[in-house]
Design a binder for this molecule. Structure first.
Ligand SMILES: *[C@@H]1O[C@H](CO)[C@@H](O)[C@H](O)[C@H]1NC(C)=O
Ligand SMILES: *[C@@H]1O[C@H](CO)[C@@H](O)[C@H](O)[C@H]1NC(C)=O
Length: 437
């Protein structure tokens, strides 16, 4: 009896193993020539064997999992499909990247592992995938990245690590990525970035580290002869920002910035967003000859002299909303025709004489809404602002018996200013399209 049971047991084990060996997963080519594995639950043992994978139709170049569970990157897949160029296992329950998973992935170009449960990137995590150009690891739970994690990836141009839990990056971790053009690190927990973190990434043109906890980040490491398109450091805790001359677009909103400096001569900056910081004066922003857009909204600016715009030779859009402006001044002695858009809403202006803007005759849109204006003094409005098409003055405290001359001036102006009664505050009524009480 015992023998019989033993024999049965062995038989069962063999049979079970056979069953395992025989397991084969097939993908089907869809209309986009992507071979799709749908609804598969890959067993750990199967993932390593080439014989586990087959395709209906010719051997695929692109593979994708849908509604499937693949706990790691299957080594066998790349052996079975040696020409594979794109591998998409996004949202597929991937938990680990085992060393040597990519040893046969010699032709892989794009790897998409977004929305998985990967916790760690170990040393040589992508070893073998030497031709890879794009890796998407966003929306995982990566908290640790080993120093040699990206070794061998000298063709990588795009790396997405958005929405993970990385708090520290080894200082040399990106050193092998000499072709890197774009990196996303937003929504991590970074508290600092090394001064030479990106030093060897000389092709980098786009960096996003927004929504971290950075207290310090020295942008000097991007100072080069050729340009960097865009750096986003918004939603951090920076107090100082140094802008290398070769950066074209910088987004540094929602920090605690009190100091702005330029590194190098003839800065290329075109776009600068510094909203939601702690600047107290527009003159804290140094001169940028090429700047077109300057956003200083929601800072702590109390006074402004529009003459400051002349140090930005090409400035077209100036945003000063949400500051603490009570009065405006202008010491310009000749006309300045570059500025086209000026926003001053949500300040504390109680009155304004439009003469303060008469040296800025090319304003197209002026936003004075949501201040405490009781009156706007103006004479020859349409001559002074011949191209203005929009004047926003809603959300103020106009007195109905004090706006007759304003109404008259605006009647013949091209600038649209009228609002409907639903835009008026409680207790206000509409008079010629202006809310007043
Ligand atoms: C990765 O896949 C997701 C969908 O699961 C897609 O939204 C994302 O754009 C892909 N990433 C890349 C780099 O193609
Ligand atoms: C950087 O990431 C933030 C947060 O996801 C996003 O809102 C922003 O548009 C990105 N910046 C750039 C320049 O793409």
């Amino acid at each position: 009896m015992e023998r019989f049971l033993r024999a049965l047991q062995i038989f069962c084990i063999i049979f079970f193993c056979r069953a395992l060996e025989a397991r084969e997963y097939k993908c089907t080519l869809n209309e986009d020539q992507i071979c799709v594995f749908r609804g598969v639950q890959l067993k750990t043992d199967d993932q390593i064997m080439a014989s586990s994978f087959a395709s209906i139709g010719k051997p695929p170049r692109n593979v994708k999992f849908e509604q499937s569970t693949v706990t790691s990157v299957p080594l066998g897949m790349f052996q079975a499909f040696p020409n594979l160029e794109e591998y998409d296992a996004s949202h597929s329950g991937v938990k680990t990247l085992q060393t040597s998973s990519f040893s046969s992935a010699t032709n892989i170009r794009e790897l998409n592992l977004t929305g998985n449960k990967i916790q760690q990137l170990g040393n040589n995590a992508f070893q073998g995938a030497n031709k890879i150009t794009s890796i998407d690891l966003s929306q995982n739970v990566i908290s640790e990245v080993k120093e040699n994690a990206f070794d061998g990836l000298s063709h990588l141009t795009v790396l997405n690590l958005n929405s993970n839990q990385i708090s520290i990056l080894p200082s040399k971790v990106f050193a092998p990525l000499t072709a890197l053009e774009s990196i996303d690190l937003q929504y991590n927990s970074l508290t600092k970035i090394d001064d030479s973190q990106f030093e060897t990434c000389t092709n980098l043109v786009s960096l996003n580290v927004s929504n971290n906890a950075l207290q310090k980040f020295d942008l000097k490491q991007f100072l080069r002869e050729w340009s960097v398109d865009s750096i986003d450091v918004s939603f951090n805790r920076l107090k100082v920002i140094n802008i290398p001359k070769n950066v074209k677009k910088l987004i540094a909103s929602n920090n605690q910035i009190q100091s702005v400096q330029v590194l190098g001569k003839e800065p290329q900056l075109i776009f600068l967003r510094l909203s939601q910081n702690k600047l107290t004066n527009m003159d804290q922003v140094p001169s940028f000859n090429k700047l077109v857009t300057l956003d200083l909204s929601y800072n702590e600016i109390e006074t402004v002299d529009f003459n400051s715009v002349t140090k930005f030779k090409n400035l077209m859009l100036l945003k000063l909303d949400g500051n603490r402006l009570t009065t405006l001044s202008n010491s310009m002695i000749s006309q300045w025709t570059y500025l086209k858009y000026l926003t001053l809403s949500h300040n504390e202006l109680t009155q304004i004489n439009m003469d303060v803007l008469k040296m800025l005759p090319k304003i197209i849109k002026l936003d004075l809404s949501n201040n405490k204006l009781t009156t706007v003094q103006t004479k020859d409005f349409s001559d002074m602002f011949p191209v203005m098409v929009r004047l926003m003055i809603e959300g103020n405290d106009f007195k109905c018996d004090g706006i007759a001359s304003l109404v008259k001036e605006l009647k013949y102006a091209m600038a649209e200013h009228k609002v409907t009664v639903d835009k008026c505050k409680r207790g206000q009524r509409l008079m010629s399209g202006i809310c007043c009480s």
